[in-house]
Design a protein around this ligand. Sequence first.
Ligand SMILES: *[C@@H]1O[C@H](CO)[C@@H](O)[C@H](O)[C@H]1NC(C)=O
Ligand SMILES: *[C@@H]1O[C@H](CO)[C@@H](O)[C@H](O)[C@H]1NC(C)=O
Ligand SMILES: *[C@@H]1O[C@H](CO)[C@@H](O)[C@H](O)[C@H]1NC(C)=O
Ligand SMILES: *[C@@H]1O[C@H](CO)[C@@H](O)[C@H](O)[C@H]1NC(C)=O
Ligand SMILES: *[C@@H]1O[C@H](CO)[C@@H](O)[C@H](O)[C@H]1NC(C)=O
Ligand SMILES: *[C@@H]1O[C@H](CO)[C@@H](O)[C@H](O)[C@H]1NC(C)=O
Ligand SMILES: *[C@@H]1O[C@H](CO)[C@@H](O)[C@H](O)[C@H]1NC(C)=O
Length: 530
Amino acid sequence: MMNSFNLCVPVTVSPLLKKKKMCRLSFLLILAVQSALPAVFGADTYSRYDFPPGFVFGSGTSAYQVEGAANEDGRTPSVWDTFAHAGFMNGATGDVACDGYHKYKEDIQLMAETGLDAYRFSISWSRLIPHGRGPVNPKGLRYYNNLINELIKSGIQPHITLYHFDLPQELEDEYGGWVSRKIIEDFTAYADVCFREFGDRVQYWSTVNEPNIFAIGGYDQGIAPPRRCSPPFAFNCTKGNSSTEPYLAVHNILLAHALVAKLYREKYKLKQQGFIGLSVYVFGIYPFTNSTEDLTAVQRASDFFIGWLVHPLIYGDYPRAMKQNVGSRLPAFTPLELKQVKGSADFLGLIYYTSITIKDKSSSLEEEPRDFNRDMGVEFITNVNASQIFEEPIMPEGLQQVLEYFKQVYGNPPLLIYENGRQTRRNTTLRDTERISYIHAHIGAVLDSVRNGSNTIGYFTWSFLDVLELLAGFESSFGHYYVDLGDPDLKRYPKLSADWYAQFLKGKSVGPEPGALIEIGSNLSAADSK
Ligand SMILES: *[C@@H]1O[C@H](CO)[C@@H](O)[C@H](O)[C@H]1NC(C)=O
Ligand SMILES: *[C@@H]1O[C@H](CO)[C@@H](O)[C@H](O)[C@H]1NC(C)=O
Ligand SMILES: *[C@@H]1O[C@H](CO)[C@@H](O)[C@H](O)[C@H]1NC(C)=O
Ligand SMILES: *[C@@H]1O[C@H](CO)[C@@H](O)[C@H](O)[C@H]1NC(C)=O
Ligand SMILES: *[C@@H]1O[C@H](CO)[C@@H](O)[C@H](O)[C@H]1NC(C)=O
Ligand SMILES: *[C@@H]1O[C@H](CO)[C@@H](O)[C@H](O)[C@H]1NC(C)=O
Ligand SMILES: *[C@@H]1O[C@H](CO)[C@@H](O)[C@H](O)[C@H]1NC(C)=O
């Protein structure tokens, strides 16, 4: 994921907090106010057999965050490489990352030992098709074939994301990437290669990872690749328009998604029997007060964050509140496009970490110019305290709220929770009991929701390894396995949460306490005291 990035979105709503660093550091602070929310999580002790048969448990990474080998075997830079090399990730880059490109076999062995049913990863477009379109890179093809074959051999289902923030830089330079309609043809051709080459072994495909956050970070606030934005919303971009481009980028993403789904259904579905989805970043959203204004603001925020993507996919058009507030800056679907977009997702991937509290700020609708936040007209309540970044409260009830929302508002579509996990400081300790509490509480919340009729069919932790994080670089970590960056061999060490998850995946009844259940690897203490 890109947690610091995600969570900084609401914070930057406040003009006082626009500075990137602040934003990066203060994302958790928005949570502080919610401690009074009712805790409804479920059973303290449960096992995977409490879930319906076929419910999938996994973990994930993404290409730029794990692969490394950025300049090897014909890969060309993506917009994320450019961003990292310009110094926007605390100096960290994905040049080496976890060296997953070379260590995939070892990692898959760890996945098998951990007992994952499924592994979510993404394909680096510029590794597979170095110029964004045209010839396929045989070495890129071989790498992904090897990776998929190794997973299948180990009994692990691949869940593939086609696009995880890493557009080939050449396409960005040539026509501006996602703000141009030209992207639709190139993305569809890239997807075609993936389905043709890998689809015989892959059932779950996501087109684009959290387009809502991608658009806000990359095209409004300019704090993430491809860094497009305009004043007064952000100041350091060389190109962009914060008032229009986030909407344009998401529009083109939805159209590209729809055409990719159409292609799959017409050309591959019958033979490959797979499913096409798209992932959405979601929050639990709570009102600051129960005033009509705040309750309406909650609905607006849901429409802007979730409805922006999901409303078109389910109902064929943007939510009314968005059409009203954004006006002519919101692109319109033609009748044909509308038909193609509606129903084009077989499932939705949800990225859930946290909840937010908001308050009405419809006065921002009188301002000009406006961006996403002003169009949404809400204020995020923050108790800003940067020192608490790694101590966010654990609020699984927000996840239940979201799952209930999809059930009631969107007709209970199949959902895969594609990211959920706990950020900690990197390399402080392998004894990540906080991560266990977090994951335990959230799996419990999912169980409650499933028992209450939610059509959630899988749950993935983020992340399998301590990967490179967008914005935070190597300062924070979400992984079950620590990667020793000081070791030329980048050795992996299991944290307690790897053992906890393994116990759960192997069918044991687990509670929130790691202690009794954990068998600590013999090398753990050595690594811990390094
Ligand atoms: C961004 O712009 C501000 C204001 O112009 C400037 O002070 C700051 O140094 C810039 N930051 C970067 C990272 O370029
Ligand atoms: C952004 O686009 C809108 C609509 O075309 C235009 O009115 C506005 O001037 C543009 N802003 C910038 C900074 O280019
Ligand atoms: C709003 O009302 C609900 C339901 O009565 C209650 O649970 C909640 O605490 C109230 N929220 C606030 C902020 O007062
Ligand atoms: C921030 O956290 C520190 C340490 O926990 C605490 O001393 C301080 O009072 C907090 N500040 C605010 C504004 O909450
Ligand atoms: C369970 O589902 C019902 C029907 O959708 C809903 O009214 C209720 O609020 C749900 N309970 C929880 C705890 O989400
Ligand atoms: C990890 O932490 C240990 C001490 O706890 C320190 O010696 C080592 O340099 C750290 N490694 C990295 C990569 O930060
Ligand atoms: C422990 O680490 C050492 C040094 O890295 C290695 O040689 C040894 O095989 C490891 N033992 C286990 C059980 O993993």
